[in-house]
Design a protein around this ligand. Sequence first.
Ligand SMILES: [Zn+2]
Length: 333
Amino acid sequence: MESSFSSSQIRASFPANRSCRKKDFGRKFPGFFNVKAASKLSKQRRPQNIEGEFYVDERCIDCDTCRWMAPQVFKRIDEQAAVYKQPLHGEERRKALQALLSCPTSSIHTESPPYDIQEVQRTFPIPIDGKKLPGVYYCGYHSEKSFGATSYLIVHPEGNIMVDSPRYTEHLAKRIEMLGGARYMFLTHRDDVADHAKWSRRLRCDRILHSLEVQIDTADVEMKLDGDGPWTVGPDFEIICTPGHTEGSSCLFYKPMKTLFTGDHIAARSDKSFSIFEMYNCDSVITQLDNVQKLLELDFLWILPGHGRRAEFKDTNEKNSALIHFLADKGHF
Ligand SMILES: [Zn+2]
């Protein structure tokens, strides 16, 4: 795969690790969480769970993962997840167990060990949409270190790409290896790097991160992007610089699949509106909105975000009018 990265000198010192979410915001906004509060809580069953086999414990950080993975089973009750309907069998149970494995704080439990857990482990990574997005997978296994962020795997004939870092597990590593491993790990920004070093060692993939996002624990990433791009990775991928959430936040545009991996630049909400996570902004909301406007020029139909919900549009017009509507709502168009 041809790449056109600009090289950067490793600076003598890097900023200490800091993120946009290690703040005591409380649980005001589903999809994010309060690390400080989570660490103090117990693994006890929340009373808000319906009686039965599956339950969520008190350590739930309200990251929203289980609710979009298995919406028939999990709901937000009193600012945390809870089981509101026990999964019966088949797909419902499989999705509930996929959520159990993906929960960043391992807050989902069953009363007895699930007999089919190994079978469910083998379902990862999970195709996003086998027909519309062949070769695009959701990795699951969210990490508390990346605030529960979602990561992806793109299987591509010229080398697979991981987008952001899942929690490191050998089960997932073996499955990814069976799909051809990874040549690159694209990191959208500093918050969602989780176990990047373990993945890079295990899969021998080169990590790509904007130099403005590099911190002590990412000082040795193989490819540091300088400037404002765009950068191409072979003929099918473009890295788009979209600062605002953080100074060097970037998106990966998979052109043939019309898919944009957005990190925390923009995501859908459960009600289909958009969010740019203002309360977790680390750089400039105005700059972020400017860079949301920039997305009008890109021909994509899918948003696959780090936090928040996915979005799919039926055509460019629908995508652009949704973005314009969002920008107008923010007084930015
Ligand atoms: Zn972030």
